[in-house]
Design a protein around this ligand. Sequence first.
Ligand code: 6R9
Length: 689
Amino acid sequence: MLRTLRLIPTLSRANMHSTAHNFGAAQARLKEPEDCLAFNAEFPGPCHYHQLYEESLANPDTFWTNIASQLHFKHKSDKGLEYNFDQRKGDVFVKFMDGSITNVAFNCLERNIFRGLGDKIAYKWEGNADGDYESITYNELRTKVVEFSRVLKNRGVKKGDVVGIYLPMIVELPIAMLACARIGAIHSVVFAGFSSNALAERLRQSGAKTLITCDGFYRGKKHIPLKSIADEALMICKNINHSVESTICFEHLKRVTATGAASEVAVINDEENWDNAVADSKEVSAPVEWCQAEDPLFILYTSGSTGAPKGIVHTNAGYMTSAYYSMQVTFDAKPETDVYWCMADCGWITGHTYAVYGPLLNGMTSVLFEGIPSFPDYSRTWKIVDKHQVSKLYTSPTAVRSMMAHPDHMVKDYERSKLKVIGTVGEPMNPCAWKWLNEVVGEKACAIVDTYWQTETGCHLLTSHHTAVPQQSGCGNLPFLGISPQLLDDNGKKIRGEGHGTLVVDRAWPGMMRTIWGDHKRFIDAYFSPYPGYYFTGDGAKRDDEGHYWVTGRVDDLMNVSGHLLSTAEIEAAIASHPMVVEAAVVATSHKVKGQTPYAFVTIPDTAKFSDKIVNEMKAIIRKKIGPIAVPDIIQFAPGLPKTRSGKIVRRILRKVADGEKEANLGDTSTLTDETVIHELWVNRPIKL
Ligand code: 6R9
């Protein structure tokens, strides 16, 4: 029965019109379906990609509502996609199946149980310690979700309320998310690696009155006292006039093997304790809350280029449809036989769409991993792949780079014969990482699928689907079904055919964000004002003569560290809060494993000495305010910063210093107020060139 899930919308060819995209060359070379099978005969997938793609753009309403019809709606309206991307024509908005009524958690759980999947394993949980393992079936998961929905109801959480979730990768994380979805509450997951300040700021911004956390966890050998960090965040919340009324804390540490010394023992009051809360709410009724298609499902904060994080809002019907379908197509989902593993944390969008909603909507069995690829050693990933006979793996270039630095036997000692598709996300895939995945991990029998997308897009935008794009290193991506990307030049003019420009999208798709929580103006300013009529991704891209896209990186002031977006402004603000700092500028520099890493230039008063002590204090502030991931590898003393006459820091020059370029290769410096500061930057570089 599950096999019939892949839907091929039926549209008459006569209805199709050609799109503005230049796929001519690709199509000429790739005649479907025979030729695409030649690329990889083992993988069926959407061989008819080009035909499906044309259909998805020619008649999007039919295309998407046909897909949605495989999911459960209590009521279906006759609406499809409605949107306006051009603020000159009125408010910017996106809607899908407006007026329809559904529930995403019901679709993830009850719908699968009614289809006979109740005893199927939903999650195979691998703990941080090798040997800590648990599995949970769809029936059991539903029982836990209902239990926790009762807890939330008992705490007064109502439809439309925001619930903060601060948990590591344990089954209670999807349980808490699904319980929110079941009762129509809006979850706002905060990555468990974020600091108390970052958590407090997100709780305040989202208006969350309830916080779900756990006592602590181990990350490798390191004990993370999550409850103490959460308590600190609640204190900070009080100081910033936001009160969180209710905390629920899961006792996780008692069920795991300690892999290091516990730094602090959490204090959990009886009324905070998850198990007590479950016992106390047994009689509470928590039925499925039927939600409007456009009711918010969740908020997820992502870095903003001006510093303050943006609360991206996703809604029920559209997000559900895109998560369901993109999971199915990109990974060639075969729910009866697949064991799927998305290595991303649920604190990021990849964990939301491709570790929780996508796989559950498709009735998949997934691995949920609490640990890190380096613990107990770098063979852990492959040990898990072998143990669970993983067939589809979703990872990141940064994880791949960290693993490929170790001997091949750490992979080859483990069986990977079931592995068929390896997806990557977060950053561009570099050729040597691709080669390693292809040759060492996949032994040339796996499809390697780069996926480009964003928190804002909710689902894949560009992918190198292996049946549509030749499987070879350095191949670009094609748009996902229903996605219509464009490249714009510096004047905002569409680039036709080959070229390099700003990546935008000219029409809506169901799973895209709807607004920024509490700041619709910022939503318009950030994403729709730069190029009216287009969704602005913030990335640059090239398009080759075959219509393949190559994302080249951010065009704004964000950097991508190990697949996580960080704002330079946010790190600069943290450094500037050190009392000695006169001015700070942060740029991204390339890093062998992390892709990019922050590099800071700091000016202190002439009278003060730039010492290791000051540098360590600054690092501690960044760690506390943002989190360890944002700590620069190098904090360099800069007697002055290069500035334009209008006072704008010229980061182009700072990037050159950080990248270790020779002083002579500076480019034009004529717009600087004081050219003498430049030489000083090279003189003060801690690693001499
Ligand atoms: C899913 C996710 C989004 C930003 C995005 C871009 C970068 C993501 C990429 C990629 C090149 C890929 N990015 N995937 N760049 N190739 N395959 O990562 O969401 O955390 O919001 O980051 O990440 O710069 O704009 P998010």
